[in-house]
Design a protein around this ligand. Structure first.
Ligand SMILES: [Zn+2]
Length: 181
């Protein structure tokens, strides 16, 4: 048996309520097609720009909350929390996230993503635009939380600058930079 075929993220199931928890946080396990279809329908109803803003803000808050709650359990601190966050979202099936570069002085980072759920669903090279803006708020949310704890009040912005959903890209790339405005 190859262990890699089993979930690498610990899942604790409450025997009474049936609630799943990982890292102490309640989780929901759902079909990818449901999530992607919902994402597509909300985007169509709201318009791309408004939906992207909503995703960014909600993703930012979620990553901040995750990072603060996991750190509060006392086993991880500082930038290790961000590294653990990328490991966990990879283990939870969103895609394989890899830190290409990370400047611990400024919070600037470059994240590579392979097998994004959006690319897996749409097909590589099938799209004119980037597909994975869902993730754009996640990295600043976790990194700014890290910065706050280290008295570095980073104000960051993230964009997907290449997507494997577009022709000519082997993987997706996210660039996190200090805000200039
Ligand atoms: Zn992408």
């Amino acid at each position: 048996m190859n262990d890699q075929r089993n979930p690498q993220v610990p899942i604790d199931v409450d025997p009474d309520s049936g609630v799943w928890r990982s890292d102490g946080l309640p989780m929901v396990y759902l079909p990818r097609h449901f999530f992607i279809d919902n994402h597509r329908l909300v985007r169509a109803a709201m318009g791309r720009a408004a939906h992207a803003r909503l995703l960014y803000e909600s993703g930012y808050e979620s990553a901040w909350t995750w990072s603060s709650r996991v750190a509060a359990q006392g086993e991880l601190d500082g930038i290790a929390v961000f590294r653990h966050y990328l490991a966990r979202i990879s283990q939870r099936g969103w895609g394989r996230f890899h830190i290409e570069s990370l400047d611990e002085a400024t919070g600037a980072a470059r994240i590579r993503l392979a097998h994004s759920i959006f690319v897996e669903q749409a097909g590589r090279g099938s799209s004119e635009s980037t597909l994975c803006d869902l993730f754009e708020g996640w990295f600043p949310g976790s990194l700014e939380w890290v910065g706050r704890g280290e008295r570095r009040p980073w104000r960051l912005r993230c964009r997907e600058i290449a997507c494997a959903g577009q022709p000519g890209h082997a993987h997706c790339v996210f660039e996190v930079r200090p805000r200039t405005e």
